[in-house]
Write a protein that binds this ligand. Structure first.
Ligand code: LMR
Length: 396
């Protein structure tokens, strides 16, 4: 059976972690996979998660299957968390949620739902987008096209080109947007730009599909939710993929949700019925443990506060590290202006290096980043920033 298949190259992002771990250089730096790390390079478990797990350990009295869509109290809490409890679409009963194995599970189910409605349909993704969007969307059967997004020369969004491309997207297509903390560029739409994209979506009639993988890690929980909340007020239909990997630190637990907004409650129910049916045909039903933790945190005001404080501290640290790297490079007279790193948001920025420079950093300096020169800002620390800046300057 398997004589015909050949060994594949490692995953362009996840493969870096394995390579980094095998490197014996004591100065090595891992700026690869997008996971938060503290000063000592550890990805910590949130205190709020530990507290919720202790509670859950006492409360859980069975391992029998949960509802197909996952815990109802988790789905409702996540919808309120994403859109705001008073959101008109929520009040009108137009939103449904299905808990998924992480944000990837959510993107895949959302893509499968679009493919059910429009087999072999087209989804537009930003250029560039997260590398794994491509297999997640195309393996569901969708065709992928790109809209211009980031201009590598100015290190900013080319909004004019983006909007001009969206103006031509047919009504039957879907458009993938990043809710906040754009991966890999760190360049986010402003409120005015979200308003303009929303206006285009309404006029053109395409389906917005928003990937929210870093909620709270950009400017704050409400600030980062502006795009999805605004769109949900204006468009008829919407899909959101939500990840709890980064903002709850639940990476390996695979917690997330796919949310669908229909024209009315009947349409939303139809969407929900397909989502659970699609999941049933792939992995059967929603995973429980990570979702139980999220459910407890979102529904308990004291736990919620502990979590928010931790999330705020993480975000503030990421933004301090952004400033630290930009300042260090400037202080060392880097021949390139890296001040854009300070302005961008979330875990990622593109340094603007070419593949050969990225390779030199890996091979000569043991500094690991994605080939596109995407760096995980959380991998920087006051201890390694000088070595990092010197090494970047050395390959420029
Ligand atoms: C990343 O972009 O590095 C993260 O989202 C981890 C992953 O699964 O690729």
């Amino acid at each position: 059976m398997f004589e015909t298949i050949q060994k594949l190259a490692p995953d362009p992002i996840l493969g870096l972690t394995a390579a980094y771990e095998q490197d014996s250089n004591p100065r090595k730096i891992d700026l690869g996979a997008g996971v938060y790390k503290d000063e000592s390079g550890v990805t910590p478990i949130f205190e709020a998660v530990k507290m919720a797990e202790d509670l859950w350990h006492q409360r859980e009295n069975s391992k029998v299957y949960i509802a197909q869509a996952g815990y109802p109290e988790c789905n409702s809490a996540m919808l309120a968390h994403m859109f705001g409890a008073e959101h008109p679409a929520l009040k009108a009963g137009r939103l449904r949620s299905v808990l998924t194995p992480g944000g990837c599970g959510a993107v895949r189910l959302g893509a499968e739902l679009i493919n059910r409605a429009r087999p072999g349909g087209t989804i537009w993704v930003s250029s560039p987008t997260w590398a794994n969007h491509v297999p997640l969307l195309s393996n569901a059967g969708l065709k992928i096209r790109e809209y211009p997004y980031y201009d590598g020369k100015s290190h900013a969004i080319d909004f004019e080109a983006m909007l001009a491309a969206l103006e031509k997207v047919p009504a039957e297509d879907a458009v993938l947007l990043h809710g906040c903390c754009h991966n890999p560029t760190g360049a986010d739409l402003s409120r005015e730009q979200w308003d303009a994209v929303t206006e285009t979506a309404v006029r053109r009639g395409f389906l917005p599909f928003i990937d929210v993988a870093y909620h709270g890690l950009g400017d704050g929980l409400d600030e980062d939710a502006y795009g999805p909340r605004h769109m949900a007020e204006k468009v008829n239909e919407l899909v959101v993929a939500y990840s709890c990997s980064k903002n709850f630190g639940l990476y390996r637990e695979r917690a997330g949700a796919v949310m669908v907004m229909g024209r009315d409650a009947t349409a939303a129910d139809a969407g929900l019925s397909h989502l659970v049916n699609i999941a049933r045909g792939i992995y059967s039903m929603a995973p429980a443990h990570g979702a139980a933790i999220v459910k407890l945190i979102l529904n308990d005001p004291a736990l919620y506060q502990v979590w928010v404080n931790e999330l705020n501290a993480m975000r503030e640290r990421i933004n301090r590290l952004r400033a630290l790297l930009a300042d260090t490079l400037a202080r060392k007279n880097a021949p390139v202006d890296f001040s854009f790193i300070r302005q961008q948001r979330g875990l990622f920025s593109l340094l603007g290096l070419d593949k050969a420079q990225v390779q030199r950093l890996r091979e000569e300096f043991s500094i690991y980043m994605v080939d596109s020169s995407r760096v995980n800002i959380a991998g920087i620390s006051p201890k390694n920033v000088d070595y990092l800046a010197d090494s970047i300057i050395a390959v420029l």
